[in-house]
Write a protein that binds this ligand. Structure first.
Ligand code: SF4
Length: 431
């Protein structure tokens, strides 16, 4: 199945697709949350949040980190004296950085991550990063980006981090066409994708971010960028500013989405459709088989999505077209028409698409529609569960490998499990 075939199975909403806009009270994590999945990926980097105890609690609880664990992130706490301008924050920052590097001499990059408090006191972390890079004379790279709740939501932290890294990418001189897959992917997914690209004949493929912060990809006029995550609009524009070309593609969620993603990348490299069909045939057949049992459980069930991760649009497309579920309302914090251009022709019709958030009216609509499952942030899930509504935490979709053929059944299972649990409770199996 090609992307075109997939498109024909969806209703035509592409002509004037424009989500309804909502503005009001929001309930979305800030961009610091992205550190949780990025620190697992970039294995020689440390994320140093310059923030308050609230920021420290947020990332500790989002990560479920035990107090004695030593993860590759931490918080330089801004105290009352810092906030009142009575202490030299840069001296404090230098001391904390020295401590981190003494304990972890293997680190190659330290990200200084801005927060609401550091923004409010106008702490210049860009300057601090440049100064520290000079002081550690090239041995450690310092990069600053903002994860503050004033500027970013949830997945935008990754967009902000990768955008900040783009100026560090070296210029590519080689004429060889080069594929750059952009967006944090679990290692297992990266390895599967790399294998399939090699089978397609695309040998020069790199992932950004990769496992190492020192082996950054080069970028140039022969670089073709395909996004693996839908929340990276600013990173994409920064890469285009360095000469890279964007391959518009649906996102690799679900069997059809993954196939269309590979078809789009292969087309940009002039690989004939027949060859793509040959390479994708076996993994796609396996994924279709694995999904079929779960489709029986999910078909006909109704779902809603509250705006949170920016994964909502491709996920809704997967649940509607491949799992037979009925979307009631799909909210996304931001709608980026460039990033979503290849998704739009695939979207089911008759759905209420909403960009932005006005929390109370959105919750009222959910209460009235009573969908079988609502995808939402952690803070909203518990109250809805208490009202007898089943939920799925959107953060789980960022922590779990869900992209690609081999993960299709796992992705569907994330939605089937709460429904199955509810059915068991209803018949008293667990009583
Ligand atoms: S950055 Fe802002 S929103 Fe995020 S935890 Fe810190 S204070 Fe809260």
């Amino acid at each position: 199945m090609t992307g075109q075939v997939l498109a024909s199975s969806a209703a035509d909403v592409s002509g004037d697709f424009q989500p309804q806009q909502e503005r009001g009270q929001r309930a979305v994590f800030c961009g610091l949350t992205s550190i949780i999945w990025m620190h697992r990926k970039i294995q020689d980097a440390f994320f140093l949040v310059v923030g308050s105890r609230t920021c420290a609690h947020l990332i500790q609880s989002a990560a479920g980190v035990m107090i004695f664990a030593e993860p590759r992130f931490g918080t330089a706490i801004l105290g009352d004296r810092d906030l009142a301008g009575m202490a030299d924050c840069h001296e404090e920052l230098d001391r904390v950085v020295a401590q981190v590097l003494e304990r972890r001499p293997e680190l190659k990059t330290i990200f200084l991550v801005g927060s609401c408090p550091s923004e409010v006191i106008k702490l210049d972390l860009d300057n601090a990063a440049q100064r520290l890079s000079r002081e550690y004379s090239g041995g450690v790279r310092f990069v600053s980006f903002s994860g503050s709740g004033i500027e970013t939501t949830f997945t935008q932290g990754e967009d902000s981090c990768l955008t900040a890294l783009v100026p560090s990418l070296n210029q590519r001189e080689s004429d060889q066409p080069h594929l750059l897959v952009v967006g944090t992917l679990p290692d297992i997914v990266e390895d599967q994708f790399r294998r399939l690209f090699h089978q397609l004949g695309i040998d020069c493929v790199e992932f950004f971010p990769g496992k190492s912060s020192t082996e950054l990809p080069e970028i140039g006029l022969n670089t073709q960028v395909v996004l693996a995550q839908p929340y990276l609009g600013e990173t994409l524009r920064a890469l285009q500013g360095r000469g890279a070309h964007h391959i518009p593609a649906p996102f690799p969620l679900g069997v059809a989405g993954t196939a269309a993603w590979f078809y789009a990348a292969a087309a940009a490299f002039g690989i004939p459709e027949g060859r793509v069909e040959e390479v994708l045939q076996a993994p796609r057949a396996r994924a279709t088989r694995a999904l079929s049992a779960l489709r029986d459980e999910l078909a006909g069930r109704r779902f809603a999505m509250l705006p949170d991760s920016q994964l909502e649009i491709p996920l809704a497309r997967f649940l509607a077209l491949e799992c037979g579920m009925t979307p009631v309302e799909v909210g996304t914090p931001y709608f980026d028409a460039t990033v979503m251009q290849a998704e739009i022709p695939l979207l089911p019709a008759g759905v209420s698409w909403i960009e932005g958030q006005d929390l109370d009216p959105a919750l009222d609509r959910i209460r009235s529609a009573r969908p079988d499952i609502t995808v939402c942030g952690l803070g909203i899930a518990n109250p809805l569960e208490a009202e007898g509504l089943r939920t799925k935490w959107s953060i789980e979709l960022l922590f779990s490998p869900i992209q690609g053929f081999e993960q299709v059944a796992d992705l569907a299972e994330l939605f089937a499990r709460p429904l199955r649990r509810e059915a068991k409770l209803e018949v008293g199996e667990w009583s």
